[in-house]
Design a binder for this molecule. Sequence first.
Ligand code: DX5
Ligand code: ZN
Length: 238
Amino acid sequence: MTQAKVQRQPKRQKRFILAPSLLSADFGNLNNTLERIEKVGCKWVHIDVMDGHFVPNITLGPDLIKSLRRKSKLFFDVHLMIEDPLKYAQAFVDAGANQICFHREIYNRSLKRITLMIKSIAKKVAISVKPETPIDSLINVLPVVDMVLIMTVEPGFGGQKLLTPTINKVRELSLMRAEMDLDFLIAVDGGINEKNILCVYTAGADVIVAGSSVFEKDKIEENIKKLYEAVNKQILYK
Ligand code: DX5
Ligand code: ZN
């Protein structure tokens, strides 16, 4: 008698988190922006930190995050595009970051050790890969991360076009996650809009970072609603 193969069910559930990226917001009006995205039902905000070395652009530091933290209850997903994330992780956590995301490309042999060190500081740790960095270079850290952020454009600037081959990386990672029976979130960042959001979501992304498509023409509420509707979700207004 052949025994029926028991299929193991993945323990995670499909999630949908829209994380507006402040990079495309009006930097002179950030408190009001956070209020608006919270009111429209978002729980997360994505904050891009750039040092002019890891990427050719400079944005903001812990002091600004600290002042935003005083007024907002949103989950601050801090994406560090800097050369020495370990050196600055504590400062960003003290400022109010809920999750620290750093780049895979910075570390090689010591990747797992550094990931665990950042996790011990931040509680929640995410690792990001540039479009050219293969997913299998993450295999050792997948069991310890809370999120993997797949860059769908070259990091550094908002308003770029999504690089289609990166969608395959989302699928690949989603399969690896199921095979390894892990529960980390998969995030995508760069060039996501009303037209391609469903495609990255069905490929396996749980967290969608969106800058220009949220802040375009300052129609934040309308733009967020369109993104939700494109994946057949409803926003829950406060
Ligand atoms: C780019 C940043 C992104 C950026 C996305 O390096 O990591 O978070 O703000 O912006 P859009 O959605 O306009 O591509
Ligand atoms: Zn980002």
